[in-house]
Each structure stands twice: as C-alpha cells, then as structure tokens.
Write a protein that binds this ligand. Structure first.
Ligand SMILES: [Zn+2]
Length: 341
C-alpha cells in the first residue's frame, strides 16, 4: 500500500473573491470536511508553508510578484474581470504554491509516495508576468522548476486534466525539453490557447502535448486520450516525477464547462498516471487542485482520486472505450513526428 500525503488548511479559505464567484472558499471547506470524514485512512496530513521569494522567482517576473504583494492588506481589487483579490489573497497564494512545494519535498525525501495539495487559489492560468483566470501564482510550474533546479531532476511530467487549457504552464516550459506538458481541455474555450499544433518551441518542440476536445466529451473520450496517446508518450518520456494539475471542471455537473467526465472517470485518469509514476518515477506523483466548481462533484471526484492513490487498484483493468475519438486521433497524428503514440 502506498503512502499518500494531503495538504489542506483552513487558511486557503481566506482568499475572498466576492459574491457569486465560482472560485470560492467553500471549495476548500467541502474538501476539509471530506478529509476529516476519511479520518486517518492512511493519509499523512502535511502543513503548508509559504513559498519563498526565490521559489516564486523560479517562474514569475519581479514586477508580477510586486503587483500581487501590493494587494496585501488592501481592500477588494481585481487583476482582470475574473481574478479578484482581497486583503489576504497574497498570503493565501503564497501558501498555495508553498503547500505544493511542501508536498513535493516530502515525496522527494521518501516520506510519502504520492499526494494531493488541496489548495486555492489555483495556478495554471498564471503567466510569468501576470495573474489571470482566477490564478495568481502558477503553483504547478513553480513545483516543476523546483524539481528541475533544486532537486536536480532531468525529466518532469505535468499532466493537466482541468477543463481549461493551462496557458501559463505551457508558456513556462514551451522551450524546455526537461518538462513534458500534457493538457486535455475543452476547445475552443477559455483561455483560447491549447490548439493541437502548439507543440513547444525550439529545444522544447514535441514536449508540449495538447489534446483539445470538443464540448460534450466524457469518460470515453478522456480515457481514449489517456490510454491511446498520453500513456505511450509519457512512458517514452520516462518522467522522474509526475505532477498533476487536477481540476474537476470537466465533470458532468460543473457549471462552467460542457464536458461529461464522472467521478469514476477521474479515478481512471488518475490510475493511468499512477501507473506511469510507479513504473518510471518510483511512484512519485503530486496532484494539485486547479478548478472544479460544483461542490458535490468536487468532493466526490477528489475522494475518488485519493482512493486510487493507495495503489490497490493499480492492476485493475480500465474500462474499454467504445471507439476512437477523432480529436484524439488528430493528436496522435501530429505527435507522430516526435513520439510513437
Ligand atoms: Zn478550469
């Protein structure tokens, strides 16, 4: 049985986004309740710490760090129409990035096999020089850079199954063949990036793998993408650590998007990635929360992923898909230049 660590803290509820905003404190409140209800259940509880200025600077420009820090203690303001901040948002964002870093360090030290950082605000839309799409600092990108530069790993895999494309993460590693960025997302959709032909640049060409899917896709299409293309490409990459930008807004009940993934479906996607981690990275896998705006769907999906993380289902057969999704076939065609999907 694998040891799973969880990062969650009520301070993640201190970032206030205002009435009616979908990225709200209750998202963490329901997850704290879930973790309490699981009791011990073999989960290691990890205390988050604030990310340091040096860690943030692994990804972000100094002006951006100053801009976010400048909101601390002030009244409500906004970086764009989607991205409001409150007096405690800066500290909360430091704890979000630092929470994932604490988890990654714990796994690298061998004190946990895998884990889930249940943090907010989310991060994958944050660019080096700006906040956007509910995101202030790019938590997963900072963790990937820390693994490369501080832990000395050569190959880090980021899989982003949030329903939106992780533009900030893609841009952080577009020219870096040491980080393979893989994203499944509704397309066309916010933020507009993530086309199949965006494959990375220069040295990093082939190390960005986008799977843009039309609205209406569900478990079948996502699993087709994961089994037929993502799994073989990631195995050829031979990652030493697997990071997961785990958003749950591709869920059938999510109010923001139009996909149909089930809780069981997310569990199957996690199983594919846990197997890759187990076979190539000594099991090392850290998931970080991105989106997911239906509270029941969020709670149920996180529970399902955590249940996979103990490793007992790793050998279980995945459900068969009913056919080949044309959008996935197109990805296989484009990436046939770089990999053997
Ligand atoms: Zn999202």
């Amino acid at each position: 049985m694998l040891q799973t660590a969880v990062v969650i803290d009520e301070r993640y509820e201190e970032h206030e986004t205002g009435y009616g905003h979908p990225e709200r404190a209750e998202r963490v409140a329901v997850l704290r309740d879930l973790i309490e209800s699981l009791g011990g259940a073999g989960l290691i509880r990890l205390e988050p710490r604030p990310a340091t200025p040096d860690e943030l600077a692994l990804v972000h420009a100094e002006e951006h760090l100053k801009a976010v820090a400048g909101t601390a203690g002030g009244g409500p303001q906004a970086f764009d129409a989607d991205t409001p901040v409150s007096s405690r948002s800066y500290e909360t964002a430091l704890l979000a990035s630092g929470g994932l870093l604490a988890l990654v360090d714990e796994i690298m030290a061998g004190r946990a096999d895998n884990g889930f950082a249940l943090v907010r605000p989310p991060g994958h839309h944050a660019e080096a020089d700006r906040a956007m799409g509910f995101c202030l600092f790019n938590n997963v990108a900072i963790a990937a850079r820390s693994l490369r530069e501080r832990h000395g790993l050569d190959r880090v895999l980021i899989v982003d199954w949030d329903v939106h494309h992780g533009n900030g993460t893609q841009h952080s590693f577009a020219g870096d063949r040491g980080v393979l960025y893989v994203s499944t997302h509704q397309y066309p959709f916010y933020p507009g990036t993530g086309g199949v032909d965006e494959v990375g640049v220069e040295e990093g060409e082939g190390f960005t793998l986008n799977v843009p899917l039309p609205a209406g896709c569900g478990d079948d299409e996502f699993l087709d993408a994961f089994v037929r293309v993502i799994d073989p490409v990631c195995r050829q990459f031979e990652p030493q650590f697997v990071l997961v930008s785990a958003g749950f807004d591709a869920h059938l009940r999510d109010p923001l998007a139009s996909m149909g993934v089930s809780e069981e479906g997310f569990g199957c996607l996690a199983r594919v990635l846990l197997r890759i981690a187990s076979e190539h990275a000594d099991g090392r896998l850290a998931a970080v929360l991105e989106g997911g705006y239906d509270l029941d769907a969020l709670r149920g999906s996180v529970a399902r992923v955590l249940a996979e993380m103990d490793g007992e289902r790793l050998a279980e057969t995945l459900p068969a898909t009913t056919g080949e999704c044309p959008a996935v076939s197109r990805v296989a065609e484009v990436h046939g230049r770089y990999w053997d999907p």
